[in-house]
Write a protein of this length. Structure first.
Ligand code: CDP
Ligand code: MG
Length: 711
């Protein structure tokens, strides 16, 4: 039982009912003010209701569009964007920036004959927004409105508005360095400062200089055909100045949002287990508070799935009279088919509970939320330098920033006064950093450096909003050299160009290229597709580990986890020949395998086969029962992740200083193997290598770069 310290009070000073978890109400200045007039205070739901019966859903959608805060400024916005090459647009989450601006620009003819691209840092935002805007345009997604995310493209010749991940647009630079298909590029969620967004913003600046130069357009030669490019930078937070000055004092436009007061509570003491605290807080709200949906912010997919099943379990035991709970998970890898539930109205007599990552902070506005539970945690990609670890990015759960905390609270006040329960103390909030460090300062630059090399650019020379770290650039250069993508003069090799063409992490791309030489592309695509999926194949939570390992015995392979993956994929392919989706799901459930991962991997494999065909790589090449070519290919990409057995049973990295152990979830866990390679390191009490294969030492020694070093 958590001990409670004090009783929170409501904004009107009346003592609140004592909750079973203690929260302190927040100070006044932190409360977000009402900015809208009386008319705006009406909830969109109400508005929709009054409009709906006349001519159905479409009419309601159009009415809702007109009532968005941004609609009042439509003509002024179009005017400003027409007048300026670059505009920075700031507006509260939910005001209509992402869904409306592209439509306004298209309707006003501002896009000319070109396309409008809207970038998003996350794929689920890109797909769901495209669906929404297609609906607003009364068409199916893939026609006038489309999307493009890695391994999934839904667009056509008719597409004029395309929602894309920032990474996809950076990738498009490789085939079209001036992005000539687009007349407007909207960089959305710019405040997130992802690595791809930063690279894109740097390139857009240079592209615009090329495309908008009047002399070039009037002159002769290829430049004469260039159409000018408009750039719109959009964000929900107020750090506009920096973007504006980066684009030579670009015009800043503000859209007044609509925000109702949100009462904020902090816990009296810090919480040891945020998932457990979230569970109890949810049921306090559910049993004590009036109707209204609940949005819970969690760091990642695993916590979302865990909490979701706990809530379901307890909800099933509640008395009949208690409203039912409709659970809606929302995270970056959520497939498009499962997104609709989040936006559809909550059924009568139910309470919707959305469990989301920071994706719901600004990217996606969910209607109906009255209560927010903020665990104060998020996952952040961070580079673990080679000197201490893997040289790869690791996702770490960490405390959020003040700016995130404020955005999360704001989600409760979209349609009426709301409540935010922070599962951390007020002191913890006060000590949070204001905003996050841009990714370019903390993530691996390897993949981006490779892409830039293909464009004839260098990280050191490109003009960024924030410069990347010298040491980080050096380690990216080293990694690409080891993978054979760059030669010793830092110049791109043929291999490097091919690697960049494959939509994979450079090290996995290298594995595929090695497989091409060694004649085992079929096997490697099976493995690489699983490794590229956004979720893990094996469920291996510590409490179910024994049962899971037992159920998966038949896939175990003495070479290790990569061949075990291959066995799983082959069995799944067999099952898929005869079973329905439900049958496949059931099979996965029984064997503690992640159905979602396998489904995604199959889709990725299809895409990779297409890319292979374009690159004239024979993906049907198979090495049959011979394991050697597969292991050799894996070593070629994972050589930076090789380790040798030491007398005490631990492993020492070949190209780094760390001592690692084999992860308990690996099939090689208690084996003593002279040499291993692994997919990643997990940092807990020890450093664990996960995704491990046993390889002959000679395979590691034969990688050219190691020979170099010895020489
Ligand atoms: O980009 P910004 O945060 O300014 O707003 P938006 O994403 O354009 O959303 C505008 C409005 O559309 C919000 O009120 C959303 O609730 C609504 N919307 C929706 O109902 N269904 C979606 N799938 C997406 C947006
Ligand atoms: Mg938006």
């Amino acid at each position: 039982m958590v001990k409670f310290k004090s009783r929170p009070s409501t904004p009107n000073g009346k003592p609140a009912k004592r909750p079973r978890m203690a929260y302190m109400e927040d100070s006044d200045e932190e409360r977000t003010p009402v900015k809208a007039g009386k008319k705006n205070l009406e909830s969109p739901k109400k508005r929709m209701k009054s409009a709906a019966p006349v001519s159905g859903k479409q009419h309601a959608i159009q009415e809702q569009r007109k009532l968005l805060p941004i609609a009042q400024g439509r003509d002024a916005l179009i005017h400003e964007i027409r007048e300026n090459d670059v505009t920075v647009l700031i507006g509260e989450t939910g005001s209509g920036k992402t869904t409306q601006i592209p439509q306004y620009l298209l309707e006003s003819g501002l896009a000319g004959k070109g396309m409008i691209a809207v970038t998003q840092p996350r794929r689920v935002a890109a797909t769901s927004l495209a669906n929404r805007v297609a609906e607003e345009k009364n068409t199916e997604v893939g026609k006038l409105v489309g999307y493009s995310v890695r391994f999934d493209e839904t667009s056509s010749e008719a597409t004029r508005i395309k929602y894309v991940t920032d990474g996809m647009l950076v990738r498009e630079l490789l085939s079209d360095p001036i992005l000539s298909r687009y007349s407007v590029i909207i960089v959305d969620e710019a405040h997130e400062r992802t690595l791809r967004t930063d690279i894109l913003m740097a390139n857009l600046k240079a592209i615009q200089q090329k495309r908008n130069k009047p002399t070039d357009r009037k002159g002769k030669g290829p430049a004469a055909a260039l159409s000018p490019l408009k750039i719109v930078i959009m964000s929900a937070t107020l750090d506009a100045e920096k973007f504006s000055s980066f684009y030579n004092k670009a015009k800043i436009l503000y859209v007044k949002g609509r925000q109702h007061p949100v009462t904020i509570y902090h816990t009296a003491t810090s919480q040891a287990d945020y998932v457990d605290s979230a569970l109890r807080t949810f049921f306090q709200i559910h049993t004590d508070r009036p109707p209204g949906d609940v949005l819970i912010f969690l760091p990642g997919q695993e916590d979302i799935e865990g909490l979701s099943s706990s809530i379901q379990l307890y909800a099933n035991r509640l008395p009949q009279a208690t409203p039912g709970v409709l659970l809606c998970p929302l995270y970056a890898a959520l497939p498009p088919g499962q997104q609709t539930k989040i936006f559809s109205p909550t059924p009568k007599g139910m309470r919707k509970c959305i469990l989301a990552t920071n994706i719901a902070e600004t990217s996606i506005t969910i209607p109906g939320v009255k209560y927010v539970i903020d665990t104060g945690k998020c996952k952040e990609k961070r580079y673990i330098a080679r000197s201490v670890g893997s040289g790869f990015d690791t996702l770490l759960t960490r405390d959020i920033t003040k700016s995130s905390a404020m955005q999360r609270a704001g989600r409760a006040g979209r349609e009426g006064p709301g409540f935010c329960f922070r599962l951390y103390t007020e002191d913890a909030f006060k000590n949070m950093p204001l905003s996050a460090e841009p990714e370019i300062r903390r993530c691996t630059l390897t993949a981006s450096l490779l892409q830039l090399k293909c464009l004839g650019q260098d990280l050191e020379e490109l003009e960024f909003m924030d410069k990347p770290d010298e040491e980080n650039i050096l380690s990216a250069l080293a990694a690409l050299y080891i993978l054979g993508a760059l030669d010793d003069k830092k110049a791109l090799t043929k291999n490097g160009r091919d690697m960049a063409f494959l939509p994979l992490e450079p090290y996995l791309a290298r594995v595929v290229l090695a497989a091409r030489e060694l004649g085992c592309v079929r096997e490697i695509l099976d493995i690489v597709s699983v490794l590229s999926s956004n979720s893990k194949l094996f469920f291996d939570s510590a409490d179910q580990r024994d049962a899971a390992l037992e159920a998966r015995t038949k896939f175990r392979h003495s070479s290790g986890d990569h061949f075990t993956i291959l066995n799983v994929v082959r069995s799944f392919d067999e099952i898929a020949k005869t079973e329905t989706n439900a049958g496949k799901k059931d099979w996965c459930h029984k064997t503690y395998l992640n159905f979602r991962c396998l489904t995604e991997a199959v889709a990725i494999r299809t895409q990779l086969k297409e890319v292979c065909e374009r690159m004239k790589i024979d993906w049907t090449a198979s090495c049959g029962d011979n394991e050697q070519p597969v292991l050799r290919s894996l070593v070629r990409g994972l050589v930076q992740n090789a380790a040798f057995l030491q007398p005490d049973g631990s492993y020492k990295q070949v190209m780094g200083p760390s001592i690692v152990k084999i992860h308990p979830g690996s099939v090689l866990c208690d084996k003593k193997i002279p040499a291993i390679i692994y997919d990643e390191l997990v940092y807990t009490t020890n450093i664990y290598a996960r995704g491990v294969s046993a390889v002959p030492r000679s395979f590691i020694a034969e990688v050219p770069v190691l020979n170099h070093r010895k020489a």
